[in-house]
Every structure is written in C-alpha cells, then in structure tokens.
Design a protein around this ligand. Structure first.
Ligand SMILES: CC(=O)SCCNC(=O)CCNC(=O)[C@H](O)C(C)(C)COP(=O)(O)OP(=O)(O)OC[C@H]1O[C@@H](n2cnc3c(N)ncnc32)[C@H](O)[C@@H]1OP(=O)(O)O
Ligand SMILES: CC(C)C(=O)C(=O)O
Length: 541
C-alpha cells in the first residue's frame, strides 16, 4: 500500500502526491521551531508570539509545522489549537509520548487543523532504555507499536521517532522502525537526539534502514539532527543523500543545548548544491532572512554575526582583496546572491583590511571622484583611522576628504604632532602639546587651564602666537557605536574677524586641539600665507 503523505500543497505539489512520488526529489521541510526550538533555554513563546512565528513559517513555505507538545502544558495545547485555527497551508503537528493521554491531548489540540499530524516517540537506545525508561527491548517494541496504533486510530498522518536512534543498535533500530511502519507510521524519523553522529555514521544508519527494514518504501524517512558537535546540518544532508526525504529543522538552528539543524542552512545547501544533492524544497528562500529576524526579535535570542545565511556578516566583505574581487565579479567571493535569502544586497564594509578599490568605489558613490594621487592621500588617512576605529561610516569618509589631506592640505600650516593632558578632581588641568610648522619643525609647549581643553588651547596659543576668544564650542557624535567619532566645532573671535573651525576625532580633547588648529591655519591663510578663496568656496571660513 502506498500512503498519501503530502496532501495538496497549492503551487508546490499536486493533489494526492504519494510517498513514491515525494521520494523522488522533493524534500519535506518539517519545521520544529515552535516545539524543539522552543526547548532552547530562553526561547519560550506565548500564544501570540507562536502565532506570529507560525504565520511567518507559512509564508516561508514550510511543509509541516510542529507547533508544540500538546500534553506539556495547557498553554502549549492552546498554542497548537491557535496555530491549527489560523494557519492553513502547512500540516500542523503535535508531539506526543506513546501514551493515551498525550495522544488524546494532541487530538484535542489539532481538531481545527485542516491538515494534521501526530508525532509519537519513544527512546530506543540502550542508555535510554536502561537508565531513563528502565524497559527491556521487547517492552520498547510493544509500547512503540501500541503508541503508533493508538495514534492511527485518530490520525491518518502519523510520524514515529525512535528517540536517540543514532545511539541505538542498528538491528534493534531496524526492528522498531519496521514494527512502527507495520502499525501504521507514515513517516519514520531517525533522531540524532544528542548530536553524537558524524555524517558518515549517520549516512550508514539511514542506508542500513533502507536496506533492512521491510516496508520502508511505504514511509517517508525523516532526519532530525542536533548540533552538539556542530554537525546537525552536515548530518541531515548526509541523510538526504541516502534517501531521506524529510528534514526536521528550526529557524536560526535554535533548539535543545546547541540547537537543531538550521532550516536556512539546510534549504540553501539544497538549493546551492543541487548539483550534488539532487533534491529541492518548497521554501521561498527570500523569506529566510525576514523570518530569522522575526524569531530573533520575538525570542530575544540574537543571531551571531557570522551565522551562515542569515548572520549580519553573511554577505559582508571587509578584506581589500575580496572587495576587489567582488567589484570585478561577485561570484569570486559569494556562492549565493544575498537577494535569494532576503538580504537587500552584499556590503563592502570599509575597515582596516580594505583596499583602494573599495575605498575609491565608496567615495565615488558619495560624490567624490578622486584621481589616483588624491586617492592615495585619503587612503593613507583612512588606514590610520581604521587602525583606531572598528567601523568606518560614510560620515567618516567624508570627513577624511573634507578635513584631510585632499581638500584640507592647501590651507594647513600647523600640524598636531603630540598631545597629552592631565585632569581630574583636585588636579590642576594641564596640557603638553607638540606642533610641527609648515617647514616640518617641531615646537613644544605646556600650559595649565580651567579644564583640559582650555589648557590645550592655551598651549597652542603659546606655540602659534595666535590669540583668539572662544565664542562657541560644541561636540556632536557624527557616527555611532562605542568608537564613534566626535565632531568638534568652534567659533572664535580674532582681531582679523570671526572664524569657525572643526575637526573629527575619536578623542574629544584631540578633536578640540585639531579644531583650534583648523582655526589657526585659517587665520594664517587670511593673513596672506595663501589665498583663502578655495576655503571660502567650501564654506568653512
Ligand atoms: C528528545 C526530545 O526532545 S523529547 C521531548 C522533550 N520535551 C519535553 O520534555 C518538553 C515537555 N515536557 C513536559 O512538559 C513534561 O516533561 C511532561 C508534562 C511531558 C511530563 O512531565 P512529568 O509527568 O512530570 O514527567 P517528567 O517529565 O518528570 O518525566 C518524564 C516521564 O515520561 C516518561 N516518558 C519519556 N518518554 C516517553 C515516551 N516516549 N513515551 C512514554 N513515556 C515516556 C518517562 O519515563 C517519565 O515517566 P515517569 O513519570 O513515569 O517516570
Ligand atoms: C522527539 C524527537 C524527535 C526529538 O526531538 C529528538 O530526538 O531530538
């Protein structure tokens, strides 16, 4: 007999699709984010949150949603009921032990689901038999069969899992699986409950079952892998290569301990390496990133930046050599298109490892078409800044061009060479400063002041001989993060007029010194050292 397992899925698989048809190349995506995923410490969700996630899973195109474990709590039962009432695309499933109470609770929870499944399980490994269940092999077989039979009395679609299958004797595992299929299981799931398997051993298990279980062709073989050794996805794919046609997984890979196989990784591996895996899923992959973000927001469980497929860095490139490659041909460093998984675009992140190609490209996008000589100047300043600062934003780049050597060079006379200040409660604020003049000669001075900035200003006045009266002083953060750059803006009175100066720095005292030097240099320009015209064009005097 051939069971009809995959009922009509509009737009994805046809009515009356059978095990045999499904077994060809379509992999069923069984999402257990709301059940095994919720078993992650800290991932508990209330009814509203579960509904929100279930709706997102429906939009994503998963085939089965394991919405909870009905017998676990009244809240879990209600959540399965809610999902059953409000989600109509995927099959809705409840987990159950091999007990009448759990099966009844699942039945109650799934009453309103247009398509429902029960997932009964019983551990089969020696360690679980001996220490947890304290049951002999015969008793395990008997209870598994009874569980599946009772489930079949109510449900057409029954999945059976021999918990801890990956640590179960192969012969015994085959016996239990065979008896479960005889009793009516339509899907047999082979869990690596504790993430112990290696791809090779897990593949051997699935191969063994396909070769030794009578009637195996009547059921869909499912894989359910945990990530204790970081192998959940690799093991799941090893199972698929051996003929498994259902993968149990969770969004962001959340789940008990180190988690479950991550849905987005499984799906994108299947899509990207269809040349080897030769299967497909019904997932709308451009929903992967939004769904990952939603789950993260709902549970508060952050996704690590370097997480495959959905991490913030998954399509970000900082290294100059990679950025150069990306600019010439994206596929030099990307095996998937970011849009395929719902990211807007790849990003070339400018940082200390970046090169001229990416810098030039970004500056051009910001409206600065620099020649090679100018680019070299900005690049040198950029590397100095990037050594101090992790994230370089567009505002940083603009500041480098406007205040740096390219546009700022013509007006520069005095340069800051060294600066140190002391201040604190009960301490007289003092500054010691060294400047170089246009000829490269170094000048030093120290001064006390009303505060460290005042002390710096007085020391600069001593060296340059330029005396000004401060009219306005402000600091504003122009970039974000712990290493944000502050922009210091000064307005001062000098005997020749009113001047404004500004500077950017990650250190506000240094920024203040540079802003005053900006003023001092403008005064020097006005005094006739150079034409101020160029500066006025930029609106800075
Ligand atoms: C690998 C997995 O992820 S399996 C699913 C794990 N998920 C969960 O456990 C989350 C939900 N669980 C719960 O809320 C609770 O454990 C409940 C409500 C199900 C049960 O709570 P309690 O009745 O207090 O039992 P407790 O959790 O302490 O112990 C588990 C019991 O189930 C029994 N049991 C375990 N697996 C099975 C099974 N597959 N079939 C039948 N009985 C089982 C154990 O032998 C133990 O029975 P005992 O109470 O007679 O000793
Ligand atoms: C209930 C089963 C499938 C399970 O979650 C596991 O063994 O990890």
């Amino acid at each position: 007999m051939i069971h009809t397992l995959l009922r009509p899925m509009p737009g994805r698989s046809g009515e009356g699709e059978t095990v045999t048809e499904a077994a060809s190349n379509r992999v069923v995506i069984f999402d257990t984010t709301l059940r095994d995923g919720e078993q992650s410490p800290g991932a508990s969700m209330d009814l509203g949150q579960k509904l929100q996630i279930a709706k997102a899973l429906e939009a994503l195109g998963v085939d089965v949603i394991e919405a909870g474990f009905a017998a676990a709590s009244p809240g879990d039962l209600e959540a399965i009921q809610g999902v059953s009432r409000h989600v109509s695309g995927p099959i809705i499933c409840s987990l159950a032990r091999c007990t009448q109470g759990d099966i009844d609770a699942s039945w109650k929870a799934l009453q309103d689901a247009p398509r429902r499944r029960i997932h009964v399980f019983l551990a089969t490994s020696p360690i679980h038999r001996d220490f947890k269940l304290k049951l002999a092999k015969e008793e395990i077989v008997k209870r598994a069969v009874e569980g599946v039979r009772r489930a079949r009395e109510r449900f057409d679609d029954v999945e059976f899992s021999p918990e801890d299958a990956a640590r179960t004797e192969l012969e015994f595992l085959a016996e239990v699986v065979e008896r479960a299929i005889e009793a009516g299981a339509t899907t047999v799931n082979i869990p690596d409950t504790v993430g112990y398997a290696l791809p090779q051993t897990y593949a051997e298990t699935i191969r063994y079952l396909r070769a030794h279980v009578r009637g195996i062709e009547r059921a869909v073989i499912s894989v359910h892998c945990h990530n204790d050794l970081g192998l959940a996805v690799a093991n799941s794919l090893a199972g698929v290569l051996e003929g498994a046609r259902q993968v149990e997984c969770t969004i962001n890979g959340i789940g008990e301990r180190a988690g479950n196989a991550s849905l987005e990784e499984v799906v994108m591996a299947v899509r990207t390496r269809r040349d080897v895996l030769k299967v497909e899923t019904g997932i709308r992959t451009d929903r992967l990133y939004p769904t990952s973000r939603l789950l993260s927001q709902v549970t508060g469980l952050a996704v690590q930046r370097n997480k495959a497929i959905v991490g913030q860095n998954a399509f970000a490139h900082e290294a100059g050599i990679h950025q150069h490659g990306m600019l010439t041909h994206r596929e030099t460093y990307e095996i998937m298109r970011p849009e395929e998984v719902g990211f807007a675009r790849s990003s070339l992140v400018l940082g200390k490892h970046s090169g001229r190609h990416a810098l030039k490209e970004r500056l051009a996008a910001l409206g600065y078409g620099l020649d090679d000589k100018q680019l070299d100047l900005v690049f040198a300043d950029f590397k100095t800044l990037a050594d101090k600062k992790k994230d370089i934003y567009d505002a940083d780049l603009e500041a480098l061009v406007i205040h740096g050597q390219v546009l700022g060079a013509g007006a520069r006379k005095w340069e800051l060479a060294a600066l140190s200040t002391t201040s604190g409660t009960g301490t007289l604020p003092a500054a010691s400063i060294a400047l170089t003049d246009a000829g490269g000669e170094r000048h030093q001075a120290a001064s006390a002041g009303d505060g460290p900035v005042d002390a710096v200003f007085k020391a600069i006045e001593r060296i340059t001989g330029v005396s000004v009266k401060l009219r306005d002083y402000s600091i504003a953060s122009v970039t974000t993060g712990e290493d944000a750059q502050g922009e210091v803006v000064l307005e001062v009175e000098h005997e020749t007029g009113v001047y404004r100066g500004r500077a950017l720095s990650t250190d506000i005292i240094e920024g203040s010194a540079r802003a005053l030097l900006d003023v001092v240099n403008r005064i020097a320009v006005r005094a006739g050292a150079q034409s101020p015209a160029g500066r006025e064009e930029m609106g800075t005097v």
